[in-house]
Design a protein around this ligand. Structure first.
Ligand code: SAM
Ligand code: SF4
Length: 372
């Protein structure tokens, strides 16, 4: 059996998402000039079969959270990743170094779960900011505790951040997040702006019958405070697997609602790999964005690669396979070997997320464990 697997591996044929070390095999002999799939070009970057190049790395620092947003997690009962399975700070920094130095990654976004809960966060950010070329560093947070952390985050090297805020009404905030922390979040956003983390972007998910009447109020709030608001269509990534397409508030509905309070004109700025379609609000300069992953997918321009807190590479939020870099790290692989396995993982990226295909299956990992 061992021999058969060895033969399959040497022919580039072992199952994706499984490392040689997990199979009890020696570490891969990786080489830039000899990718395992002969069709994969000897490109140092993270290229895929469809000509996309991943330069934006999303890093989940933890699957834990201090809120319980209804569209993300159940009120209780979600099992956390055991600590021993999580990458240590040193392991994480090593993978980030490989990504930036060897794989052409130019943007890092730290997320989770709630990234502010990760103890070594400031040190990981400082180590990332010291890399050459210096990556752009951003953070997606729920904002709880941000008021006390924003200055240190900026000093460590964070350039920008996104704060999630689905409502400006305290009772609704408590109902959606199952915690009464709206004041904390608002103070956190103001502190981020004062610390120069600009622009502060707001991520909002509208839920039918819950806060879908608040689009105009949220945009008024954002414009008044100088924040950049982006609405995100609700995606089938909740831990409870309760997403229903018919319940989702669509980009079309969001734009119609916004049109009752503002004049929106398309923002002509180059969108590139950015997920948000943007509009000028009442002629600008304020803008509003809509991330319509479900109704207007942008997979063709995707430039992302993802790393989970337990060291798995995912080529897509909706991927159903992962590639285990932690096992390689802990099995003594070299940086060059790790880089090549990462390239291979991205070479296998599918053309699209497939939400509209009849056989679509939600990934086993929820958003909170993938990193949103
Ligand atoms: N805890 C941090 C936060 O809330 O910003 C970071 C992680 S959270 C998973 C990242 C983003 O994903 C948040 O803006 C959140 O609103 C969004 N999100 C979570 N579940 C979602 C879902 N099912 N569909 C769309 N967006 C979702
Ligand atoms: Fe926590 Fe963010 Fe999920 Fe809300 S969306 S439960 S803040 S991880």
């Amino acid at each position: 059996m061992q021999i058969m697997v060895l033969i399959a591996a040497s022919a580039g044929g072992y199952p994706r998402g499984v490392t040689t070390t997990e199979l009890g095999l020696p570490a891969l002999r990786a080489s830039r000039s000899a990718p395992r799939d002969p069709a994969r070009p000897a490109d140092p970057g993270l290229v895929d079969r469809f000509g996309r190049v991943a330069t934006d790395l999303r890093i989940s620092l933890t699957d834990r959270c201090n809120l319980r947003c209804t569209y993300c997690m159940p009120a209780e009962g979600l099992e956390w990743m055991p600590r021993a399975e999580q990458l240590t700070d040193a392991e994480l920094v090593r993978l980030i170094t490989v990504a930036v130095r060897d794989l052409g990654v130019r943007e890092l976004r730290f997320t989770g779960g709630e990234p502010l809960l990760r103890r070594g966060l400031d040190d990981v950010i400082a180590a990332s900011a010291a890399l050459a070329p210096r990556p752009d560093i951003s953070l997606t947070t729920n904002g709880v505790g941000l008021a006390h952390r924003a200055g240190a985050l900026a000093a460590a090297g964070v350039n920008r951040l996104n704060v999630s805020l689905d409502t400006v009404r305290p009772d609704r905030f408590a109902a959606i997040t199952r915690r009464d922390r709206l004041t904390d979040v608002l103070e956190g956003m103001a502190a981020a702006r004062e610390a120069g983390l600009s622009p502060v972007k707001i991520n909002t998910v509208l839920l039918r019958g819950v806060n879908d009447d608040e689009a105009v109020d949220l945009l008024r709030f954002a414009v008044a405070h100088g924040y950049e608001l982006r609405f995100i269509e609700q995606m089938p990534l909740d831990a409870q697997h309760g997403w229903e397409r018919a319940e989702m508030v669509t980009a079309g509905e969001i734009l119609t609602a916004l049109g009752t309070g503002f004049v929106l004109t398309p923002d002509r700025q180059e969108r590139g790999g950015a997920p948000a379609e943007r509009w000028l609000v009442d002629g600008g300069p304020a803008t509003v964005g809509v991330i319509a992953s479900v109704t207007r997918p942008f997979c063709g321009a995707c430039d992302r690669t993802r790393l989970t807190a337990d060291g798995q590479v995912r080529s897509c939020l909706f991927a159903r396979t992962e590639t285990d870099l932690r096992a390689l790290l802990r099995g003594g692989a070299s940086d060059a070997e790790i880089a090549d396995v990462w390239r291979d993982a991205m070479w296998g990226k599918l053309a699209g997320h497939g939400i509209d295909e009849p056989g679509f299956l939600q990934p086993d990992r929820p958003m909170s464990a993938i990193g949103g």
